[in-house]
Design a protein around this ligand. Structure first.
Ligand code: FE2
Ligand code: FE2
Length: 209
């Protein structure tokens, strides 16, 4: 039967392939695979969403650096030890956020780079205004500083929350995990600041005249 003989012939050719041929085929496949991986990599790097993701990372990398300096000023300006301590603790965490971001850049084959973030500049400027417009040593200043700090946290929460989801979507598991850890710390900080405000600072501020 012609069909059967054709099948046999095909099988025969496959079985008779010499080891040299197999090796060269494997090498060829590997080269092809590497080629495909490179094509995939450059395709990924040129994808609009990837470009946006990297841009957003540069933005928050700049922001975290600016926040370290802002927290220093806020710590000095705060009235209560509790709030000073909270700012100091979060400053240390923020330094960790910076090194985590460097790992995120590396995990996706990008170089860590800062890009000026106008939003954080504005929020920090508002925090400085709060210091100028409130009296030193008052609870009103602390109440106002907490709100200023929470504006920073909310900006970070919005950014990291979005970046975690994008990293998951794009299959950047390691980046997603690192960003998620920072997101959790920002959320905890926001919660702690509310606790500090509500324990006594807001009440005492209300008594000031
Ligand atoms: Fe942060
Ligand atoms: Fe933060």
């Amino acid at each position: 039967m012609p069909t059967k003989s054709a099948n046999t012939a095909t099988t025969g050719t496959g079985t008779d392939t010499s080891s040299t041929d197999v090796q060269s085929k494997t090498e060829k496949d590997a080269t092809l695979k590497m080629g495909n991986a490179n094509v995939e990599k450059s395709k990924m790097k040129n994808a609009p969403l990837h470009k946006f993701f990297v841009d957003a990372l540069k933005d928050i990398y700049y922001a975290e650096d600016a926040i370290v300096k802002a927290l220093e000023n806020m710590q000095e300006a705060a009235t209560t030890e509790e709030l000073k301590d909270a700012f100091e603790d979060h400053q240390l965490q923020t330094k960790k956020h910076i090194s985590r971001l460097e790992k995120v850049f590396k995990s996706i084959g990008e170089t860590p780079e800062k890009k000026k973030c106008d939003a954080i500049e504005g929020i920090i400027k508002e925090g400085q205004e709060v210091i100028k417009s409130t009296e030193e040593g008052t609870m009103t200043r602390d109440a106002a500083l907490i709100i200023a700090a929470q504006k920073v946290e909310h900006y970070e929460i919005a950014t990291y929350g979005g970046l975690v989801q994008l990293a998951i979507t794009m299959g950047h598991d390691k980046a997603a995990d690192l960003l998620e850890r920072t997101l959790q710390e920002e959320e905890d900080t926001d919660y702690n600041l509310t606790e500090i405000a509500e324990t006594y600072i807001n009440f005492e501020a209300e008594q000031e005249n």
